[in-house]
Design a protein around this ligand. Structure first.
Ligand SMILES: NC(=O)c1ccc[n+]([C@@H]2O[C@H](COP(=O)([O-])OP(=O)(O)OC[C@H]3O[C@@H](n4cnc5c(N)ncnc54)[C@H](OP(=O)(O)O)[C@@H]3O)[C@@H](O)[C@H]2O)c1
Length: 394
């Protein structure tokens, strides 16, 4: 049965921008009372002016502040009588993305604090209301929850955590007659996306590892429409755009293949090292400061420059330019499955793997592998129809 939106009270975190703002507007247009939260008071004030004050409550709330979240739930209950739906949406990302080894520790933990713990605190503060009113919780994760988060680990780890939180919550709310669902947006055209797309190396990494349809951003309004539909249906999962659904469904099969390809791909390795070098250039020497090595330590220096140099030397020495150029660069990484494409082009699977990042010194073009069980030739029988020797033989 449809869960009608009209006259419900919906609390949204991160409503001052992007997906949160678009969702607030869409819900209000459907007749809901909306409780808008965010950190920028001036944007909240402008939103109240735009949406009208009688069905809107706006409060400045930081999702890392549990008391502020309790206060907004209390204020919403006083003003509208309770909270029916909560959308735990506020989120940030490390700017610019970088590796686990190079990221500033405070930045990494800040992302977990907002993206995972902020969602947990929001949900926890609103839960008594949701249970009492048999309402619905939307937890904003991301397709990053089920993809490889290399270069953006804090964000991906938080979103994977949000997904698990949402799945557990749905099971636990069932006896109370309430529900929870996880929202998985793909790339969405909001200020947050500029963090990833604003950096040339990250742009190249995304371009290299994701096929074009997946990395094409959609509008926040499209995510908002899908979220409204998801609330009406009390959906367990809202994946938008839908082209990410096969990846979610097949993740157990597809992800190991993609992870393996990423791990071995020379260009991905080079881009990751470039990201690390950029972080070093910005002044974060968390792992790259040679002075941090203990004198006499047997460890090799791990500076980005050192690793980048040795890696590019290796790549130059081992790479097979003919095949790399011809077969590898033009194909998006996620589409390079080892057992089909190489064979069509006359390469064995072993050859393909060598050409994709490991030792290719013995690389020689080999003949295509012939299928050992080729069917016997067909011949015509007397009765003028096609048959095989085995069938026609007595
Ligand atoms: N854009 C994408 O491609 C994409 C893809 C998948 C998932 N998502 C997720 O969707 C959600 C919304 O992102 P968006 O794309 O709409 O980004 P956005 O336009 O940058 O909006 C982020 C919102 O989060 C709020 N926020 C950030 N830190 C906060 C904090 N500590 N306390 C309270 N509010 C805080 C911001 O409020 P103030 O500006 O007022 O601080 C802002 O309203 C995030 O959880 C994000 O991870 C986005």
């Amino acid at each position: 049965m449809t869960y009608a939106i009209a006259n419900r009270v919906v609390l949204i975190t991160g409503a001052t921008s992007g997906i949160g703002m678009a969702t607030a507007k869409a819900l209000q247009a459907r007749g809901a009372d909306v409780v808008l939260t965010g950190r920028r008071q001036e944007v909240l004030d402008a939103l109240v002016l735009e949406l009208g004050g009688d069905r809107t409550l706006a409060m400045r709330v930081d999702v890392t502040d549990r008391e502020a979240l309790d206060a907004v739930v209390t204020a919403a209950a006083e003003r509208f009588g309770g909270v029916d739906v909560v959308i735990a949406n506020a989120g940030i990302a490390v700017d610019p993305p970088t590796t686990v080894a190079a990221v500033d520790e405070r930045e990494f933990e800040r992302v977990i604090e907002v993206d995972l713990l902020g969602v947990w605190r929001t949900v926890r503060a609103a839960l008594p209301q949701i249970i009492a009113r048999r309402g619905h919780v939307v937890l904003t994760a991301s397709v990053a929850a089920f993809g490889n988060g290399g270069g953006n680990a804090a964000y991906a780890a938080s979103k994977a955590g949000v997904e698990q939180l949402g799945l557990a919550l749905r099971a636990e709310l069932a006896p109370h007659g309430a529900t929870a669902g996880v929202l998985y947006p793909g790339w969405v055209d909001t200020p947050l996306i500029k963090v990833a797309f604003g950096n040339a190396v990250v742009r190249e990494l995304i371009r290299h590892t994701e096929p074009r349809p997946l990395r094409t951003p959609i509008t926040p309004e499209r995510v908002a429409a899908a979220t409204v539909r998801g609330i009406e249906r009390r959906s367990a999962r809202i994946i938008v755009p839908g082209r990410w659904i096969p990846f979610s469904v097949l993740r157990g099969i597809v992800n190991p293949l993609i992870d393996r390809a990423i791990e071995r791909d020379p260009k991905t390795k080079r881009l990751i090292l470039e990201l690390e070098e950029q972080t070093t250039a910005r002044g974060n020497h968390a792992v790259h400061d040679p002075d941090s090595l203990t004198p006499g330590s047997s460890r090799e220096p791990t500076s980005a420059t050192h690793v980048a140099h040795s890696s590019s030397t290796e790549a130059g020495h081992h790479a097979c330019p003919e095949h790399l150029a011809q077969h590898v660069r033009s194909v998006p990484l996620a589409l390079r499955f080892p057992r089909s494409a190489p064979r069509r082009r006359g390469m064995t699977t072993a050859h393909w793997w060598r050409a994709n990042g490991t030792d290719t010194r013995r690389c020689r073009r080999r003949r295509p592998v012939r299928h050992p069980t080729r069917p016997p030739p067909r011949r015509r029988c007397d009765r003028d129809h096609i048959t095989t020797p085995s069938r026609s033989s007595p």
